[in-house]
Design a protein around this ligand. Structure first.
Ligand SMILES: [Zn+2]
Length: 317
């Protein structure tokens, strides 16, 4: 059978999205269900199966040769299981086996959502043409992934590049992961908002206390809001500089809701990076906003599936 398409699944705490994707990254058919995140594991799986059923019913399905999954983490790609923090019904859930069964035995590739976003940005987005890159999602949490030597580097379990849980403050606040002073504990949207509120920032008449509201206050010059973003930028810069020093990346791509703050985040981030990325081989490191938007998860899941197929094709030559 000739493969013209792969199926992509993007699994998060609020929605399960699916698509058939061609070799140029175009999304030809989409399906979506809300994630019944607080139901039992089989109920969550039925929502994923409903998405897959819409894809397999398509006339394009007979030319579909593989499945890629990007899932909220942690995932264990070597075991084929997922345990998303925000889907408690799935703990060590055998997602790969269940998706294979629902798709007539196709090959299934599983990666974490940060790795999927990285694959998408490297394929078609801001990291395109960069052989060594760190891509990050800064939103409710902070995730990421790595491209090394021109290839996605998911690591054995599919979680490599999870920069949100690198500690940048040795005696800092406890993080839900069990460590202290993690990048996520300082730079995620909820933590930017919490720190602004703790330091006396007050929301406008609409009562919006999100990081986006803090960003808009920072844009109008509110010093507490500016400081909260500067602290987040400092944590991100320390994590990015550590990564660059360790594996020599030349670009850090940042997406997710908090990156939507634009210069409120990127200006202090570029300043802080000069404080932490100091050795000669990391001084040219650049930072860029992500380009792939909300489809990054689907495009990245497809990239993971296509990547494996092209490696197989290369081996057969
Ligand atoms: Zn942590």
């Amino acid at each position: 059978m000739h493969t013209d398409f792969v199926a992509a699944l993007d699994i998060g705490g609020t929605k399960i999205a699916g698509a058939l994707v061609d070799a140029d990254g175009r999304l030809l058919l989409r399906a979506q269900r809300p994630t019944p995140a607080h139901e039992d594991g089989d109920t969550v799986m039925r929502a994923a199966e409903a998405v897959l059923a819409e894809l397999t019913a398509s006339p394009l399905w007979e030319r579909t040769g593989a499945v890629g999954i990007g899932s909220a983490g942690p995932v264990d790609a070597s075991a084929g299981t997922v345990s998303p923090v925000n889907i408690p019904g799935w703990r060590g859930f055998p997602l790969v086996e269940r998706v294979r069964a629902a798709t007539g035995g196709l090959d299934v590739q599983l990666v974490g959502d940060g790795v999927a976003m990285t694959a998408a940005e490297h394929w078609l987005g801001a990291a395109r043409g960069h052989d060594n890159a760190l891509c990050m999602v800064v939103s409710t949490g902070v995730g990421g992934g790595l491209v090394l030597g021109g290839k996605l580097h998911p690591g054995p379990t599919g979680n490599a590049g999870h920069i949100g849980h690198i500690s940048v403050d040795l005696d800092g606040d406890p993080c839900p992961c069990g460590a202290r002073g993690c990048v996520e504990r300082i730079a995620s949207g909820p933590n930017i908002a919490r720190r602004a509120l703790d330091n006396g920032w007050r929301p406008g008449p609409d009562g919006d206390t999100s990081a986006a509201a803090v960003a808009s206050a920072a844009r109008s010059g509110d010093p507490v809001a500016v400081a909260s973003f500067a602290r987040a930028a400092q944590a991100l810069a320390a994590g990015i500089a550590a990564t660059a020093t360790l594996v020599e990346i030349d670009i850090a791509v940042i997406g997710g809701g908090v990156a939507g703050a634009g210069d409120v985040l990127f200006a202090p981030l570029r300043r802080s990076l000069r404080d932490y990325a100091t050795l000669s081989f990391v001084q040219n490191l650049t930072v860029a906003p992500a380009l792939m938007g909300t489809d990054a998860g689907l495009v990245g899941a497809a990239a993971a599936a296509w990547g494996t197929r092209s490696e197989e094709a290369a081996l057969l030559k």
